[in-house]
Design a protein. Structure first.
Length: 109
């Protein structure tokens, strides 16, 4: 532990104040998840800290998606999810009929 304290002191001397742990992190409860071929989708209930009231708010649904170490959130309204599922079913049908599996192509962003 002494070595860790020495490293922390060296970092603080070089860069100033180090990051502090988050006092009230988001409380996440995983409801369901999907993971295949590098694709991951999580459906969670997240509770956020209400600074003014000093308590966690009621949990809200959240969907996070990741692929190739890139993360994003997806809207949780049912209409959007239904339309997205229909679109993905069509894409899957096209990919299935392709003679060779379609590969992802890296893009410069």
């Amino acid at each position: 532990m002494a070595n860790m304290n020495t490293m922390r002191a060296d970092v603080m001397q070089a860069f100033g104040q180090t990051a502090q742990p988050i006092e009230h992190p988001i409380q996440r409860e995983e409801i369901m998840s999907f993971s295949k071929s590098g694709v991951r989708l999580n459906f969670n209930l997240n509770a956020y800290w209400d600074e003014a009231k000093g308590v966690y708010q009621e949990p809200v649904p959240a969907i996070s998606f990741s692929y190739n170490k890139k993360y994003c959130s997806i809207p949780t309204d049912a209409d959007t999810l239904n339309e997205l599922s229909k679109f993905l079913a069509k894409v899957a049908k096209v990919c299935k009929s392709a003679s060779q599996p379609l590969q992802s192509v890296p893009r410069a962003i």
